[in-house]
Write a protein that binds this ligand. Structure first.
Ligand SMILES: O=P(O)(O)OC[C@H]1O[C@@H](O)[C@H](O)[C@@H](O)[C@@H]1O
Length: 254
């Protein structure tokens, strides 16, 4: 009925791009910040300005990761090494933390201005999970998770939350390491094999595979179904509601 194998007792949901239409909001904020930076960097180093690609660069280096991990990972892809700085660096300072803080300023401004849209199919799926008596947690790298879930009207839907704030407090490694998902399974008193992971990011499905979870659902919002499979998805859907009608999705979950 939920499009998952027997034995799954709980669902661990990524948020941005799975529950809420916020992956594109993050991608836009990353692009504004990195393009500001890359222009300055080009002038300083005498190299041409090559803009951040909000699809290719975002999907490959940034999506699904903790903020500073995403910043560092993209900079590395361009051979740029900046000092780490500290979390209270001013937004836009030429450090990994300063650039990350600038991106956060931008993303929060967009969310405050435009609000948050939920995917209706995901809300239907959350309803079905609750009605089936399964447990559920949200597992997001975002330190803005509470703010986004509240704006989306989903804050009371989950029994556990492992997000960017919790990961920082508990020093959990970020996705693609499985640690955040493992912490969520533990919070629900489930073995990884009893939990399903729902992810739209390559780093996220990789975390699901690395943690030995019972089922990894790739949610393809960006035309990257094959890459999601290669990184660890057992099945790929374009919307969670497809799992409520199992015959329409491609994969091995009958
Ligand atoms: O900057 P935040 O809100 O802490 O979010 C960190 C990351 O959270 C992830 O959920 C998003 O996929 C990334 O795009 C984002 O960068």
């Amino acid at each position: 009925m939920l499009g998952m194998p027997e034995g799954i007792r709980g669902c661990l949901f990524d948020m941005d791009g799975v529950l809420t239409r916020t992956a594109t909001v993050h991608a836009a904020a990353w692009k504004t910040m990195f393009d500001e930076f890359l222009r300055k960097w080009g002038e300083k180093s005498g190299t041409p300005f090559v803009p951040f690609d909000a699809k290719a660069d975002y999907d490959r280096y940034v999506d699904g990761k903790k903020r500073v991990d995403g910043a560092r990972s993209f900079l590395q892809s361009r051979g740029i090494s900046l000092p780490e700085g500290t979390p209270d660096d001013p937004p836009g300072a030429m450090t990994v933390n300063g650039l990350s803080n600038r991106k956060n300023q931008l993303v929060q401004a967009i969310i405050d201005r435009d609000g948050v849209e939920v995917f209706p199919g995901s809300v239907r799926y959350l309803d079905a999970v609750r009605d089936a008596g399964l447990r559920s947690a949200v597992v997001s790298s975002s330190a803005n998770t509470v703010h986004v879930l509240t704006a989306a009207g989903l804050a009371s839907r989950f029994e556990a939350r492992i997000d960017g704030v919790v990961a920082r407090e508990r020093r959990l490694a970020g996705k693609p390491a499985p640690d955040m998902y493992l912490a969520a399974a533990e919070a629900l008193s489930l073995e990884p094999s009893e939990a399903a992971v729902f992810e739209d990011a390559l780093a996220g499905v990789a975390a699901g595979r690395a943690g030995g979870f019972g089922f990894v659902v790739g949610v393809d919002r960006a035309g990257q179904a094959e890459a999601l499979r290669q990184h660890g998805a057992d099945v790929v859907v374009t919307d969670l509601a497809e799992l409520l009608e199992p015959s329409t999705h491609s994969g091995d979950a009958g």
